[in-house]
Design a protein around this ligand. Structure first.
Ligand SMILES: [Zn+2]
Length: 305
C-alpha cells in the first residue's frame, strides 16, 4: 500500500521535475555560448567546446569535449563547415542521440544569416576552407539577432514549455542589440572607419567590413588556411604602400610576427582584434566584444579609447 502511494507520488511529481530541469546547451564557439546565455537565461547551462582565442577551424577533438556533448540537450554550431575538421567526430563519438544532425537538438546558427562570399561552385581546391561561403559571420554585430533566433528555435523544440520565456528574452536581446549597433556605428564613423583601407590576416572580417564600411584591400594569407609565401608578402607590402593601408587586423590565434614585420616595412599598424567572445580578456560577452574591437581600432588610429 505504502509502496503504491510512493509510486503514485513519484509519478505525479515527475512532470514537475522534468519541467524544472536546467537544459544543458553545448556550443562550438564562445560567441554562440554568449548568445545562448542572452536568450536562455536561468533555464540553461552553457558550455563552449572552444575558446575565442583559438582558431575555430582547427580545434583539437579531445575526448574531454566528447564527454561534454554526452549529456547535452541542445548542440549549437556556426555551420557552413567552419567546424568540419573537428565537431562531426565529437558529435558522433558522444553517442548522444538527442544532438545528432537533423534531430531537434541540433542547431545550425547560420540558417537565418545572409552569407557573404558564397562561391558559384563548391570547391575545396587549393585548400580553401570556406567552401560554402564565409563562415565568420559573427564579425557583424547585427548578426547576433539571426544567430540568437536559431538558438531560440532550438530551445523551443527541446523545451516547448518555456516558449514564452525564450521569446521574451529574444525580443529584449534584439532591442538592446539594436541600440548597441547604432552606438558602435556612430563611434566607427567618428573615428573614420568608413572607407578606411585595411589588410587582414585571415578572411575573417568581410561581415565586419560591410557593417562599418571598412575596405579590405588584401589578406596576409593568400587563401583561407594557406600560409603566405615570401612572394605574396612582397606583393602585399607593395599594395599596402600604394593603397595607403593604415591597419593590419590580426586574429589572436595567428603569430603576429609576420604582420609586425609587414607593419615595420610599410608603416601600417597591427591591431590584434579579438574576432570572437573570449578573443581577449575584455570580450566577455557579445556587447563587450564589439566595445573592445571599436576601442582597439580607435586607439590604433590615435582617437582614444
Ligand atoms: Zn576562415
Amino acid at each position: 500500500m505504502i509502496r503504491k502511494m510512493i509510486l503514485t507520488l513519484a509519478l505525479a511529481l515527475a512532470p514537475a521535475l522534468a519541467a524544472a530541469k536546467t537544459l544543458e546547451v553545448v556550443t562550438t564557439t564562445e560567441d554562440l555560448a554568449a548568445l545562448a546565455r542572452e536568450v536562455g537565461g536561468d533555464k540553461i547551462n552553457v558550455t563552449s567546446l572552444s575558446h575565442g582565442y583559438q582558431d575555430p577551424h582547427f580545434v583539437e577533438a579531445k575526448p574531454s569535449l566528447m564527454v561534454k556533448l554526452r549529456k547535452a540537450d541542445l548542440y549549437v554550431e556556426v555551420g557552413k563547415e567552419l567546424e568540419v575538421g573537428w565537431a562531426p567526430n565529437l558529435i558522433l563519438g558522444s553517442r548522444n542521440p538527442s544532438i545528432q544532425p537533423n534531430t531537434p537538438g541540433f542547431v545550425d546558427a547560420s540558417q537565418h544569416v545572409k552569407m557573404l562570399e558564397v562561391p558559384a561552385a563548391v570547391s575545396r581546391a587549393q585548400g580553401d576552407i570556406h567552401p560554402f561561403g564565409n563562415p565568420h559571420y559573427q564579425t557583424d554585430p547585427a548578426n547576433g539577432a539571426p544567430m540568437a533566433q536559431s538558438i531560440v528555435e532550438g530551445l523551443e523544440r527541446v523545451d516547448p514549455a518555456n516558449k514564452a520565456y525564450y521569446d521574451g528574452r529574444l525580443a529584449d536581446y534584439r532591442t538592446r542589440l539594436g541600440a548597441a549597433v547604432a552606438r558602435w556605428k556612430k563611434r566607427a564613423d567618428e573615428i573614420g572607419l568608413r572607407g578606411m583601407k585595411v589588410v587582414t590576416y585571415h578572411r575573417s572580417w568581410p561581415y565586419f567590413a560591410q557593417a562599418f564600411g571598412v575596405q579590405i584591400v588584401d589578406f596576409v594569407e593568400p587563401k583561407p588556411g594557406i600560409p603566405p609565401t615570401a612572394q605574396h608578402i612582397l606583393e602585399l607590402e607593395q599594395k599596402i604602400k600604394s593603397e595607403g593601408v593604415k591597419l593590419i587586423l590580426v586574429e589572436p590565434y595567428f603569430d603576429p610576427k609576420q604582420a609586425n614585420k609587414i607593419a615595420q616595412d610599410t608603416g601600417a599598424k597591427v591591431v590584434e582584434m579579438p574576432a570572437s567572445v573570449g578573443g581577449n580578456k575584455e570580450a566577455t560577452d557579445w556587447f563587450k566584444l564589439f566595445d573592445s574591437e571599436i576601442s582597439l581600432l580607435s586607439q590604433a588610429l590615435g582617437k582614444g579609447a
